[in-house]
Design a protein around this ligand. Structure first.
Ligand SMILES: [Fe+2]
Length: 136
């Protein structure tokens, strides 16, 4: 399974949208690595890229939230931290035991699925707030 970028995921903020597309690429790359049963080195490479890019993206998105006084930033920060913890835990399991079918499904649901709903609900609110503030 692959995550396809479509109109339902557009927040309208160019920086956020571009970074989300790169995250999709990173997630799809990890899923491909899992499904093809690649070894630990390949898994580690995909996981490191996803982890580092997630950290960079969340940092920049939260910097934007703070710059424009996004009122729900404290909660949004918590969602991001919880996701980073999920990525850490799944990375650990994948490196220890390899990519089983069950773990690949967890990557799909908890990483890919999480990102889709986070974008559609939370990040759209952020982008709308930033846009409203910029228009003032
Ligand atoms: Fe976010």
């Amino acid at each position: 399974m692959r995550y396809i970028w479509d109109g339902s995921l557009v927040t309208g903020n160019a920086m956020i949208d571009e970074q989300h597309q790169n995250l999709f690429t990173a997630i799809n790359d990890l899923l491909k690595t899992c499904e093809e049963g690649k070894g630990k080195d390949e898994l580690k490479k995909s996981l490191d890229f996803l982890t580092n890019y997630t950290i960079k993206h969340f940092f920049e998105e939260e910097t934007l939230q703070k710059k424009y006084n996004y009122p729900d930033h404290p909660n949004h920060h918590k969602y991001h931290e919880a996701f980073k913890e999920t990525v850490r835990e799944l990375s650990h399991k994948l490196i220890m035991g390899g990519a089983t079918d069950a773990l690949t499904r967890e990557v799909q649901d908890q990483i890919g699925g999480w990102l889709v709903s986070h974008i559609q609900v939370e990040d759209k609110k952020v982008a709308a707030h930033v846009k409203a503030q910029q228009g003032k």
